[in-house]
Design a protein around this ligand. Sequence first.
Ligand SMILES: [Zn+2]
Length: 194
Amino acid sequence: MGHKVYISFKTEDAAYKDAIQAMPHLDYVDKSLNEPINSQDPDYVLSRIRADYLNDSTVTIFLIGSYSAENLGAAEQYYIKKELQASLYNSAQSTKNGILGVVLPSAEEAIYGGTYTCVTCGGSHNLVRVNDSTCIREFSYNYYIPNSKCSHAEEDRYCVLVRWADFAKEPNLWIEKAFDKRTEPISSKTKVRP
Ligand SMILES: [Zn+2]
């Protein structure tokens, strides 16, 4: 048995959530936040979401489709933003989750842009458009955690990113990668409300 996962998704992408839940050898929390928690205290809200929804999950799978962008507005993205914030939040009862972003086929073209030649180092980097046009900021900030390098290596990112097709082949391998980030040095650089 692997690590228990929580799946954060837009209703438009619910079919992929169902497909993950049908995968064998996967332990998941079958809950999603569908009512706002009424409180003015943001820490209280996040600890409630952790306790009532994320439960004892240690990895959050964030499904990135064509409705996951920051640019669609805070009201439209209320639930997925709160779910990722609560996932990144260290409460008295539990530490933050690993975050695995799964790029659905509908978002592949927008996100993966091939390679480019870097003007700083002259090397070749992958163009991965994890930004406000494709993802909420809770994901993009913790994927591209700011640093002074010309590109982000694997150890410079807290969030893990994978295409749906690769994830579906070896789900537990990718869940494990996200789980391991929790204890890596980059884990101290994450932001709950970027
Ligand atoms: Zn470079």
